[in-house]
Design a protein. Structure first.
Length: 206
């Protein structure tokens, strides 16, 4: 791809670094920005810069937040005694889009995967255990991707929580093994939440 402007080429190269954005799509985005007013482009860049510099992670659940505690954890209308454990922030967004869950979350920041060099110490597992011990948690729902790594993580956390008295469930497998929550349609994900199963029976069938 040949460019008559080094500035244009540099902009295209930066957009192409984004996941799922190829050179052609990057060029289309850059040309779109060139058509906009200077003030609109300045506002766009300011929003991105402010997002990157000011966004925080909730000190309680590790979801993205504008303050120390996210809007979900600070919402008195949510069921604070229920925690849904997810792998990443995208999964929080996917579950929220179903409008079928009214509890809180805990973002692990990944799953246990020894082949990728990811162990329990690199995830937000100890903070989850500590949170359950301090709070009056009644139910823990595992909503991890149905993969070997996800199941390994469920098994590990379940063992850590054996001394605790609470209900531990996992979403029903309406999602195919090897699939990812963020790509599941809202109806399938909603039904998986509603028909969640006790972890004991799920692990026993593995």
């Amino acid at each position: 791809m040949q460019f008559s402007s080094a500035l244009l080429e540099n902009a295209v190269n930066e957009f192409a670094k984004l996941p799922g954005i190829g050179k052609k799509t990057a060029l289309r985005l850059v040309l779109h920005l060139l058509k906009q007013n200077t003030s609109e482009v300045a506002h766009f860049s300011q929003v991105i810069e402010r997002m990157r510099s000011e966004i925080k992670f909730c000190q309680r659940c590790f979801n993205v937040a504008d303050a120390d505690i996210c809007s979900i954890c600070s919402n008195s209308m949510r069921k604070q005694e229920i925690i849904c454990v997810v792998e990443n922030i995208r999964d929080v967004i996917a579950i929220e889009s179903t409008q079928q869950y009214n509890g809180t979350y805990h973002v692990l920041g990944g799953v246990i995967s020894p082949l990728d060099g990811i162990g329990p110490d690199q995830l937000n597992i100890e903070s989850l255990v500590s949170r359950i011990q301090k709070e009056k948690t009644e139910e823990l729902i595992f909503a991890l991707n149905p993969t070997i790594q996800g199941d390994t993580t469920i098994y590990y956390i379940q063992k850590k929580l054996q001394p605790c008295s609470l209900r531990i469930t996992t979403i029903a497998r309406g999602i195919a093994f090897g699939g990812e929550l963020e790509y599941a349609d809202e109806m399938t994900l909603a039904r998986s939440l509603q028909n969640r199963l006790p972890v004991e029976s799920y692990v026993a069938n593995k």
